[in-house]
Design a protein around this ligand. Structure first.
Ligand code: NAD
Ligand code: ZN
Ligand code: ZN
Length: 354
């Protein structure tokens, strides 16, 4: 059967299936499948994808790493970029042909205390792209028009994709460290998130110390403007950070090993703020005495609001952020995950559907 979606002013557009990478079971390889094309509901749009970044969160999702799990079968992906091809009912603020992205914050209720007070990222009724709603690891996806990301003119389809999660997450996370221009911030974990975090921190006027366990990633951080780069496998990073700078005013952890989280606390100077973006399953030990006596603030930070997204994209559009990207095909997804698990990806892998 062929479904036909017609939109005012646009030619009738007809196709009945799409190709997607589907998680059928946690920990199993994703299956490349033909799925029925979804029809956009009220205030939704159907988007033909051009690119999608691959975030480590997609790997956590596919492995069922977190206490709150998605429900297989599902399609991961929340750094998708493409073109609106059909509109559901009630849409007067988006047109066929517009360039949009999906995001982790696929929708929120818009009415609860969190939504009303600028904390829509904490909405208990939120839907998440590639987790509770099918995402961008497919040739088409649905977006919620109220939360879909409007992509600035002139954006490169491949480079802009990582901004939609990695970019907005670290931009918000850096703001949450409350580090001011001229002060020191440590970025722990120089992967997809961390390598753009170094660039945002520099653009925001901060001095950057990078921490990773891989020398190639530290070399990338240095090229991107980190003044100090420390290997946590071979260096006592806390001691070295304090010796060289007096300690960090802010610390942003984007690493995927719990060990980095306890270690991050030791990087901070007295009064410092440590923000956790990374989400490995697990726990870490922390000294209550050090936290109290040093008046440390430790907080989590989850993606960013729509306004944070506008700001994060604006840094990109002004040429201040240039994600380091390698393209691949949808069929490569299991290989990408395999390399991601081993820390073998420099920057971000982006699926190119074109
Ligand atoms: P990635 O795989 O691209 O990068 C992870 C990096 O961590 C790698 O460079 C790796 O070498 C480094 N690393 C591993 N162990 C380390 C250690 N002990 N010390 C320092 N560095 C170490 O992953 P990514 O896509 O950048 O995502 C990172 C994490 O952030 C994931 O857990 C992901 O789920 C999470 N995330 C959170 C949010 C949020 O809103 N809070 C948003 C996106 C991603
Ligand atoms: Zn993500
Ligand atoms: Zn809400």
């Amino acid at each position: 059967m062929t479904s036909t979606l017609e939109t005012a002013g646009a030619p009738a557009w007809s196709v009945d299936t799409m190709k997607a990478a589907v998680v059928t079971e946690f920990g199993a390889p994703l299956e490349i499948s033909e799925l029925p094309l979804p029809a956009p509901g009220h205030r939704e749009a159907l988007v033909k994808l051009e690119t999608s970044g691959v975030c480590h969160t997609d790997l956590h999702a596919a492995q069922g790493d977190w206490p709150v799990k998605p429900q297989p079968p599902f399609v991961p992906g929340h750094e998708g970029y493409g073109t609106v091809v059909a509109l559901g009912p009630g849409v007067d603020d988006l047109e066929v042909g517009d360039k949009v992205g999906n995001a982790w914050l696929w929708s929120a209720c818009g009415r609860c205390e969190y939504c009303r007070t600028g904390w829509e990222t904490l909405c208990e009724k939120q839907q998440n792209g590639g987790y509770t709603v099918n995402g961008s690891f497919g040739t088409y996806m649905l977006v919620n028009v109220d939360y879909a990301v409007r992509i600035p003119d002139g954006a490169d389809p491949v480079e802009v994709a990582p901004i939609l999660c990695a970019g907005v997450t670290v931009y918000k996370g850096l703001k949450e460290t409350e580090t001011r221009p001229g002060q020191w911030v440590a970025i722990s974990g120089i992967g997809g998130l961390g390598h753009v975090a170094v660039q945002y921190a520099r653009a925001m006027g901060m001095r950057v110390l990078a921490v990773d366990i891989d020398d190639a990633k530290l070399a990338l951080a240095t090229r991107l403007g980190a003044e100090i780069a420390l290997n946590a496998r071979t260096t006592d990073v806390a001691a070295e950070a304090h010796r060289a700078t007096g300690g960090m005013h802010g610390v942003l952890v984007t690493a995927v090993h719990p060990q980095a989280f306890g270690q991050a606390i030791g990087l901070a100077r007295r009064g410092g703020t440590i923000v956790f973006n990374g989400l490995p399953a697990g726990e870490f030990p922390a000294s209550i005495f050090d936290i109290v006596l040093n008046r440390l603030t430790i907080r989590g930070s989850i993606v960013g609001t729509r306004q944070d997204m506008v700001e994060a994209l604006d840094f990109y559009a002004r040429g201040l952020i240039k994600p380091m990207v390698t393209t691949a095909k949808l069929e490569d997804i299991n290989d990408i995950f395999h390399r991601m698990e081993r820390g073998q990806i420099d920057g971000r892998m982006v699926i190119d559907y074109r």
